[in-house]
Design a protein around this ligand. Structure first.
Ligand SMILES: NC(=O)C1=CN([C@@H]2O[C@H](COP(=O)(O)OP(=O)(O)OC[C@H]3O[C@@H](n4cnc5c(N)ncnc54)[C@H](O)[C@@H]3O)[C@@H](O)[C@H]2O)C=CC1
Ligand SMILES: O=C(O)C(=O)CO
Length: 343
């Protein structure tokens, strides 16, 4: 039997019991629930990842009906895209321009004056950015790198990224009309084509059996020796043991990682690699996104309680996020199609 889990309770006399496994940023999500007759229990345990036993202890045996009939599962896809893409872009720059190494050098008091060879890195302008998985986040990242740094695009996805292609074509025409070198795009026939050609490769596929260890020793071997590899998708997309070996053998090869194969741990040796920039899964950690996630999660719960239908497009959720307006009568995003009457 797991030990009791510590909680903070809002609106104790509320009719509907809502359990949040984490404290979340902002207060709107709390207000939305407590103003609508919910008793909100927020887990206050310091540990970040709750075990299944912990979650069972939190929910307790007071959700029998929900367990018997199946529980609606909601998510919050509409607010993560740009924030996650911006972090991937930050990792790209940090790795290409060796920001973390240079910062550590400076703080260690090692800087003795300007030198032509000090922390020389890679210029992005005019180079090729490779995107694997050109969905919501991959396409947003590609646009940032193309528009911001005038990089050419090569991408691999199971589906054609038509809107992205149109954007690059139009931007290329704009540059040309202004007397600048136009940017170009190419949809690769194979992932290997991207790995061979790109100077920067950013991974944005879903994690499934087709993308597990997508980056393996064979694929690392065909990448440019001074390429930059970024992963803000899911850790197991990279064979991290192979990556550590590759970083050791190729000091000019650099990576930026937000996610790890055995999160929260890193594979042995990764932490010692100067050519790796590592951050603790913070890609969606902007105030706007995290408060938006909290609000959308609360509105999924409320929508189910009130028997509202599911919103038509879970990627277009602005009407739910307007601080001063009453949210639409809908669940922003329910992924298992559980009807409200089952709650
Ligand atoms: N680090 C973080 O905090 C966050 C990470 N993520 C992760 O980012 C990734 C992308 O998320 P979204 O853009 O929202 O998903 P999405 O579903 O919009 O895009 C994923 C793309 O991957 C493509 N894909 C699937 N299998 C593939 C394969 N074998 N090869 C190449 N492409 C393939 C799909 O066709 C799709 O276009 C996901 O893994 C998601 O879990 C999402 C949010 C935050
Ligand atoms: O929501 C996600 O997909 C995350 O990775 C956490 O922000």
């Amino acid at each position: 039997m797991a030990k009791p889990i510590s909680i903070e309770v809002w609106n104790p006399s509320g009719k509907y019991r809502v359990v949040s496994t984490k404290s979340m940023p902002g207060t709107r999500w709390i207000r939305l629930l407590t103003d609508n007759d919910c008793r909100l229990e927020i887990c206050t345990e310091a540990k970040t990842i709750l075990s299944v036993d912990d979650i069972l202890a939190l929910i307790g045996d007071r959700c029998d009906a929900a367990n018997r009939n199946g529980i609606a599962v909601g998510n919050t896809p509409g607010v993560l895209t740009e924030t996650t893409a911006e972090l991937a872009a930050s990792l790209t720059l940090a790795a290409a321009r060796r920001i973390v190494e240079a910062d550590q050098f400076m703080r260690a008091g090692l800087y003795e004056g300007w030198l032509p060879h000090l922390f020389v890195g890679n210029l992005l302008k005019g180079q090729t950015v490779g995107v694997i998985g050109a969905g919501r986040i991959g396409s947003a990242y590609a646009r940032m790198m193309i528009e911001g740094f005038k990089m050419n695009l090569i991408y691999y996805d199971l589906y054609q990224a038509t809107r992205l292609e149109k954007f690059v074509t139009a931007y290329g025409q704009f540059l040309k009309a202004n007397g600048e070198q136009p940017v170009t795009w190419k949809r690769a026939a194979t992932m290997e084509d991207v790995l061979r050609e790109a100077d920067v490769i950013s991974l944005h596929p879903v994690l499934d059996k087709t993308t597990y260890h997508l980056i393996n020793p064979e694929r690392l071997a065909i990448m440019k020796k001074d390429a930059v590899l970024v992963n803000a998708s899911r850790g197991p997309v990279i064979d991290e043991v192979a990556l550590v070996e590759h970083l050791k053998a190729n000091p000019m090869f650099r990576v930026g990682l937000d996610v790890f194969e055995d999160e929260p741990y890193m594979k042995p040796g990764l932490a010692d690699m100067k050519n790796a920039v590592v951050v603790p899964h913070i890609a969606s950690a902007s105030k706007w996104t995290r408060e938006g996630m909290a609000t959308l999660a609360a509105l999924n719960v409320l929508g189910k309680i009130k028997g509202y239908p599911v919103w038509g497009n879970p990627n277009q959720v602005e009407p739910f996020l307007k601080e001063s307006a009453t949210p639409p009568p809908a669940c922003p995003s329910i992924v298992n199609g559980m009807p409200s009457s089952k709650l």
